[in-house]
Design a protein around this ligand. Structure first.
Ligand code: NDP
Length: 328
């Protein structure tokens, strides 16, 4: 089976040469072990952070080892009584076509939805959107919610949850196609951040200001959000993809003093901080998906050898919705 390893640590924007495809021999599963063949793999922006050799909330990726990323696969052979051949499982054991592992790090999936949904709306990005929007955002009907990175996996889910919670939603993304899709699922106002002046356009889209900012992007978007925030606004600091590849730290928003006068509450988080909400998330999100109240887009690269390309796409905005790799 093939796997993708980190060959060298990227400096600035990652390149294909930072990765390598390696074929490895799979041993037969031993006592308590299972053999899994992956069908879908996830590429996620946070993985960029793990390519730096620096202390963080998760250890850095090791050079010469398979990159740890989310995957959904099928059990082929099992010596663990908790799993049987044919079970659909989620793992975070690496960009691998197949692997042998003990059962412990695997999660059995219920099925009944397309399997790749467990890497998107019903997986880590969906959980990120659902938990932080409720816990940090504390949404009230009628609130104005500004979402950056709104065309992606997390952002597009946040937009739709905010509509379910009877908020007005202003979405920013980098292409008109993404914005058209967002309008088609109920988003009220859209802004293409690549066209014109961002502050002016957000002011036009949210003339009365915003109560909640869901930040996927950082940088100029964060500065604009501080500018248009109403008193007592909540800022959900989910990610700052615009600076992940910076070689030097970029300057912070120039208007930070607004945090004081506007009594802004700003909180970062990592999705597993809200693990206590997991059951509630799965129950409610599954129902919303079945009822057609939450929709999603996905962008697919085929074959494990294209996983690095899929990963790089996240930084050029080539993905509409969840970026996935489909394995042979
Ligand atoms: P997305 O599906 O949103 O893909 C990334 C998108 O970011 C691209 O499609 C692109 O869209 C946009 N983007 C890339 N570069 C820039 C830039 N310089 N300025 C503005 N937009 C840019 O990824 P995810 O939904 O998986 O993740 C979204 C965010 O959430 C990321 O910041 C990620 O790190 C964070 N995250 C945080 C978690 C947590 O626990 N805190 C967990 C999961 C994700 P466009 O066409 O609009 O430019």
């Amino acid at each position: 089976a093939r796997e993708i390893r980190l060959k060298s640590r990227p400096v600035g924007m990652p390149e294909a040469a930072n990765f390598e495809v390696v074929t490895v021999e799979l041993k037969d599963p031993g006592p308590g072990e299972v053999l899994v063949r992956n069908g879908w793999m996830s590429v996620d922006p946070y993985m960029r952070g793990r390519m730096y050799d620096r202390p963080s909330y998760v250890p850095p990726f090791a050079l010469g080892e398979a990159l740890q990323g989310g995957a959904v696969g099928t059990v082929v052979k099992s010596n663990d009584p908790n799993f049987a051949a044919g079970d659909l499982v989620e793992s975070n054991l690496g960009w691998r076509e197949a692997f042998v592992s003990t059962g412990a790090p695997l999660t059995k999936l219920a099925g009944g939805v397309p399997p790749q949904a467990y890497l998107g709306v019903l997986g880590m990005p969906g959980m990120t959107a659902y938990t932080s929007f409720h816990r940090i955002g504390d949404p009230k009907p009628g609130n104005v919610v500004f979402v950056s990175g709104a065309g992606g996996a997390v952002g597009s889910t946040v937009c739709q949850i905010a509509k379910i919670r009877e908020c007005t939603v202003v979405a920013s993304a980098g292409s008109d196609e993404k914005l058209d899709w967002l309008k088609s699922v109920g988003v009220d106002e859209v802004v293409n951040y690549k066209k014109g002046n961002l502050l002016e356009n957000v002011r036009k889209a949210a003339p009365k200001g915003i109560d909640i900012y869901f930040d996927n992007v950082g940088g100029e978007h964060l500065e604009v959000a501080l500018e248009v925030a109403r008193p007592w606004a909540r800022f959900i600091e989910c990610g700052m993809i615009s600076v992940y590849n910076d070689k030097e730290p970029s300057p912070g928003p120039r208007n930070m003093p607004y945090i004081v006068g506007k009594r802004i509450k700003m909180q970062g988080f990592i999705v597993f901080d809200f693990i206590d909400m997991r059951e509630q998330f799965i129950t409610e999100m599954t129902q919303w998906v079945k009822d057609g109240r939450i929709k999603w887009q996905e962008t697919i690269e085929n074959g494990i050898e294209n996983a690095p390309k899929a990963f790089l796409t996240l930084f050029s905005g080539g993905n509409a919705g969840k970026m996935l790799v489909k394995l042979d």
